[in-house]
Design a protein around this ligand. Sequence first.
Ligand code: 13P
Ligand code: SF4
Length: 347
Amino acid sequence: SQDETAARIRELKASLGSDVLLLAHHYQRDAVVALADVVGDSLRLARAAAEATARHIVFCGVRFMAETADILTDPGQAVYLAEASAGCSMADMASVDALEAAWDELAAAGAGKVLPLAYVNSTAALKAFVGRHGGLTCTSSNAAQALSWLLSQGAKAFFFPDEHLGRVAARELGLPLTETAVWDRGKARGGLDARAMAEARVYLWNGFCVVHQMFEPQDAAAWREKEPGIRVIVHPECRLDVIGEADAYGSTETLSRMVDAAPAGSKWAVGTEINLVARLAERNPDKLVVSLSPCQAICANMYRTRPKSVLRVLEAVAAGTPPPPVRVDPAVAGQARLALERMLACA
Ligand code: 13P
Ligand code: SF4
């Protein structure tokens, strides 16, 4: 039963002590979150991994997060993705080959100085591309800061994979929409027309999160009509027209903090993954907390991880036969680390 699994996990964690650290993203199911040592957004989890001394780090999240943790830990530490098949469709929308081709096209067209900026929701190979071209990574909580740093180098920015986060970061810095241009990842060549290439300051790869595309601007209007005074808050992976209807936007950590810190009786329509929204509702019974969307905005990849996934890893670790860790090739990791460390230093 679930209770027995949780009890066994607690026993194993107690016997392994400081040798093991369990990290969980806010989108994980409740039963997993309840077992974690650290629960956070992707920035907080990256920092927790970088600071960790445990030999075994069990990651409850998706692959790009576990790769980031591996890159930021020492070779003597091992990171296990609790469900090895948990990926992220947004990360898969930007292959290094496609980015290399786009980069060559920019250079050939004489676009001038361009620096790459990768949302951490990307493969390690892509972060390495960014590292070797002098750019940096960002998360949903520091995208505008990272973009600002990059533009202050007198460069244009090439932001990927998430078009929407890139656009809202540019807007936050006061850039008019005309200074952004969308690069069509569906085209092998000519993803951006020549005029846009010359005029724009921020190129946006048109990747997206399938979960956050479920939110619509009219969802906000519907809740405001139904529950006067409700505050609408959304994740910045939502489209700009949705963000435009919201009172505020922020990372999973920011959204959580806003609701948790709010006064009793306040009302919140939250535009992000359903497991987080349901948990916020449950731990704030004195407030009204609802999903912004009538659709089930669930991240199927995050949902793959169950307590029994964690138990499997911990039992193998305790038996001295740990599962294969997530290991980023050292050459790739070295370049990706440059991009991640630039982020951790500046944002
Ligand atoms: P956060 O950085 O806000 O945790 O977001 C990660 C993510 O995958 C959102 O879809
Ligand atoms: Fe990827 Fe979206 Fe799931 Fe986040 S919610 S892990 S961006 S698919």
